[in-house]
Design a protein around this ligand. Structure first.
Ligand code: ZN
Length: 430
């Protein structure tokens, strides 16, 4: 991805560097050739360079670009589980994924970790974004997901003769788990996404207390993935599924809904990050009835929301790490609403805004494995910066509305926001 040339100064705002400390009241970020050369109080700004460009934050907030840690670029207002794989052909899903990536960048998300994608669209999406062919967050890709046969992602009975080959690789036993990872290795993915447990969405055979993979399958996935330098994560709701994942050597946990003390200890021992994705549960409860969701499913989402919120609080209180990401792409939880996750963590889960912002920037970069390059506003890092008109600490909700963004920058280049030069006619409907 290209970086800017020359010197830019962003000034006249409070500076949040992403490390979780209090904001610097009269903050400045200086950028040279796309990288941060200074981030701190105005009084300490080096004076030897005269900036070609000055960005006025209008007394608002200067913070790192947001990072979505559970991004499904190929989900497209899915209204039923069945829609996930067969609603559209791969050609159209690829175009939809490109539109979702562009939207995420406009929403202030300068990086994202895929939480699973149809085929390996996200691998090629990443290539197109990195080659500046199209706008989008810096991506870490996952490609197809892995689930046990008969598990959460294997819902089509055989008589329908519909496979799930676009979205998942279904496995029976450790050998098939290894074979599935080897396929993903060739696809060029970075994170292997698995389904150790079920979900409230499938109450009949694969609810949130059901296991969808064996420990042996999960261990085979980890062993093979780590051998090839890939990381492993998984959809983990049931207590036993979380524990299996941590014992098998998972590098991250998605949801971590019903975590117990033993698993918190295991999690802390290797400092494994967890991405709760809670707003999805809330949206399912609120809007599920509009989409024909049964009361049983909604009750399940209520249970996973309360369990997940409690687990998130406990993980953070114990000194663990949380990433912010939200399973956006369902009809009741559409792409573009990403920052609602942040508001929800402040208003419902009870975290402090600065904690949430640190989860959504610094921890996100760590999950992507790019903490040396992005995630905080510090000297030497790429200038992925969000300049917001308003006090994000006093009211985190202002991040939900893109019209509050003065600038969204990647590598010092202004890609979106009020002062962005190029306005695409295709952005009008987003
Ligand atoms: Zn997901």
């Amino acid at each position: 991805m290209r970086t800017a040339t020359g010197t830019t100064v962003i000034r006249n705002g409070q500076l949040i560097d992403g490390n979780g400390g209090p904001p610097i009241v009269d903050g400045v970020v200086m950028i040279n050739d796309g990288r941060i050369s200074y981030a701190g109080p105005l009084a300490g700004m080096p004076s030897e360079r005269v900036p070609e460009t000055t960005i006025d934050a209008h007394g608002g907030t200067i913070l790192p670009g947001l990072i979505e840690s559970h991004f499904h670029p190929t989900y497209f207002d899915v209204a039923a589980l069945e829609d996930l794989d067969i609603k559209y052909p791969v050609e159209y899903v690829t175009l939809l994924a490109a539109a979702n990536a562009r939207l995420a960048l406009h929403c202030g998300y300068t990086a994202a970790r895929s939480g699973g994608s149809l085929f390996n669209i996200d691998v090629w999406l990443k290539k197109a974004i990195e080659s500046d062919l199209m706008p989008g967050p810096r991506l870490a890709s996952s490609g197809r997901e892995i689930c046990g046969v008969g598990g959460l992602m294997d819902w089509n009975p055989d008589f329908r003769k519909i496979s799930m080959e676009g979205l998942v690789l279904l496995v029976n036993g450790a050998d098939e788990a290894r074979a599935a990872v080897r396929k993903l290795v060739k696809d060029g993915i970075e994170w292997v996404k698995t389904y150790p447990t079920g979900d409230a969405a499938a109450p009949d055979a694969n609810d949130h207390h059901t296991l969808c993979m064996t420990f042996e399958e999960m261990h085979a996935v980890v062993e093979t993935a780590h051998n090839h330098g890939l990381k492993v994560t998984g959809h983990c709701r049931a207590t036993a599924g979380i524990k299996n994942a941590l014992l098998a050597g998972y590098d991250a946990i998605e949801h971590g809904t019903f975590i117990d003390d033993e698993s918190i200890e295991l999690l802390l021992k290797r400092n494994v990050p967890c991405v709760p994705a809670l707003y999805f549960e809330h949206a399912s409860i609120q809007r599920g009835p509009e989409f024909g969701m049964s009361q049983r499913v909604i009750d399940g989402h209520r249970e996973t929301l309360e369990g997940g919120a409690e687990s998130a609080r406990r993980i953070l209180a114990a000194g663990g790490r949380l990433g912010m990401g939200g399973d956006y792409g369902f009809a009741w939880n559409p792409h573009g609403d990403y920052a609602r996750e942040l508001t929800f963590f402040v208003e419902y889960v009870g975290l402090r805004p600065l904690e949430v912002l640190s989860c959504a920037t610094k921890t996100g970069a760590e999950i992507l494995g790019r903490q040396e390059e992005i995630g905080t506003l510090e000297r030497g890092k790429l200038a992925d910066v969000l300049v917001v008109d308003g006090d994000v600490v006093a009211n985190i909700k202002i991040l939900e509305n893109r019209s509050n963004f003065i600038a969204v920058m990647q590598g010092g280049i202004i890609k979106s926001g009020r002062i962005a030069k190029q306005k695409s006619p295709y952005d009008a409907h987003l």
